[in-house]
Design a protein around this ligand. Sequence first.
Ligand code: ADP
Ligand code: ZN
Length: 511
Amino acid sequence: MVDLAALLRTTFGFEGFRGVQRQVVDRVLAGANTLAVMPTGAGKSLCYQLPALAMPGTCIVISPLIALMHDQLRAAEAVGIRAATLTSVDTNQAETRARFRSGDLDLLYVAPERASSEGFRRLLGEGRLSLFAIDEAHCVSEWGHDFRPDYRLLKPLMDAHPDVPRLALTATADAHTRADILTQLGIPDDGLIVAGFDRPNIRYAITPKANTARQIAALIAETPGPGIVYAQTRSGAEKLAGQLAATGRPTRAYHAGLDPAVRARNQADFVASEDMVIVATVAFGMGIDKPDVRFVAHAGIPKSIEAYYQETGRAGRDGDPSVAHMFWGAEDFARARARLNEVDEARLAGERARLDALAGLVETPGCRRAVLLRHFGEDPPETCGNCDNCLNAPGVIDATETARKLLSAVYRTGQSFGIGHVEKVLTGANDDRIDRLGHDRLSVFGIVAGEEAGLIRPLARALQARGSLVPTEHGGLALGGDARAILKGEAAVEIVVPPKRERRRRADRSA
Ligand code: ADP
Ligand code: ZN
C-alpha cells in the first residue's frame, strides 16, 4: 500500500489534504467512479495526480483547452510527474505514444476530439491504464454553459475499459447539470462529491453602472494589491485600460486580439506584480495561479452565476480579504436576452434559466453569498455579514403601480421606443418628437410625476433584468416575460433602492 501522506509531502510539498481531496482520492483508489464538484482553487488536479502516481499504469486526462493542458503539463513535470500531452500542436506525438506503450507515463493529457479517433482508441489498448480523469466535465452536458459535443464520445471510449475508474471534475455545475454529467459519463448517483463553495474572504458587491470607469477607478483607489477587471469586449478592455491608467496604478489590457507575445508578457508581468491592474476579457485567468489577487471587478454582467463564481473566485486564493464588485446596466441584460434569440432550441431553456438566475443575484435585496451558495446546492445562513447587502441593507419598495404605468406606456407607444422616449411620455415632457407622433394624446402621457419619476430608470433596469421588458431589433423596448401579468395586476414588482446612507450621500453631492 502506497503511503499517500508521504507522497503528498515529498512529491507535492503539501502538509495534508484540503477539503474533499482525501474523500475523492480514496474513492478513486477504491476503483469507484466519481464526480467531484470543487470550486476553482480547491485543488482538483491533485485528485487525479496523486492516484496517478499511486496506481500502476497511465492516467488519461481529458481537458478541453490545449493552452490549459500545456500549463498543466508544465506544472506536473515541475514536481517530477512523468507526463505528456497528445494534441494537434505537439510535434512529439510518436515519442509520446511510445512512452505510453512502455508504461513511461503517469499522466497523458488529451483533447476530447481524440476520443473519437480510431487511432487513439487503438492506442489505449496498447498500454496500461490507471484512471480516466475528465476535467471540466460540465462540457458533457447541454445544460452546462460550455457544451462540447466531443465529450459525449468519452463514455463509449471508457466503456471499452470497464475496469478503469473514472473521475469527472468540474468547478461549475448546478444541480441539473450535475445529474446530467453522472448519466452522460456513467457515474452512479452516490459517486457525487461536492466541496463547499463558500469563499468567506471574498466580499461581494453588485452596483448599477453610473460611469463605470469612474466607479472602477474608485474601487482601485481603495483596494491596494493586484486586481482583475473583466470587460465585455476586446475594444472595451482596451478603452477601459486606457481610462484606468489615470489611477496611477500599472494597468495592462489582456484579450485574444493582442499579439501573443504582448499577451504573454502582460500575463507574466501581472503574475509577478504586487499592484498591477489587468483589464481583460474572460479569456484571462484560466490556468493562472496568482493567489494574491485582491479584487475582481466586472464592467458588465458575466455570462452566468457559474461564470461569475469562477471569475470572482480568482480573487483571494491566499485567504486574505478580497473584493468582488460587479457593475451592471440594463443594456447588459438587453444584449444577453437578445442573444437568446440565436440559441438553438435544445439549449434555450438552460440559457434562459441561467440568465434569470443571474438577474436574481443582481436584483436581490438579500445576501449575495446566500444566493450564490444556494445556486450551488448548499443551504447557507440567511446573511453572511460580508457582502454589500448584508453590510448595508438596501431599501426595497413595491413599484408595481409604476411598473404598470411604464409597461403600459411601452405598449401604447407601439413597443418600438427606447427608455428615453418612454420616460418623456410618462413625465409629460415638452418634446417635438412626442408632438409629432401624437404621443401627448395618449392616456399615459404625463401620468408620472414628482418622486415617482425617479423610479422610472431603476425600474426599467429591473424589468429588463427579469425579462419583463425585452429589447427590439432597433434598440427599442417591448413587453416580454411576465409583463402581461404585471399589467393585469397578477404579478408584483419590487425594486431595490440604494441603502439609506448611500441615498443621503448622493443627495448631499447633488446639493
Ligand atoms: P483547481 O484546479 O481546483 O482550480 P488546482 O488544482 O489548480 O485547483 O490547485 C489550486 C492551488 O492549490 C494550487 O496552487 C495547488 O498547488 C494548491 N493545492 C492543491 N492541493 C493542495 C493541498 N492539499 N495543500 C496545499 N495546497 C494545495
Ligand atoms: Zn451577505
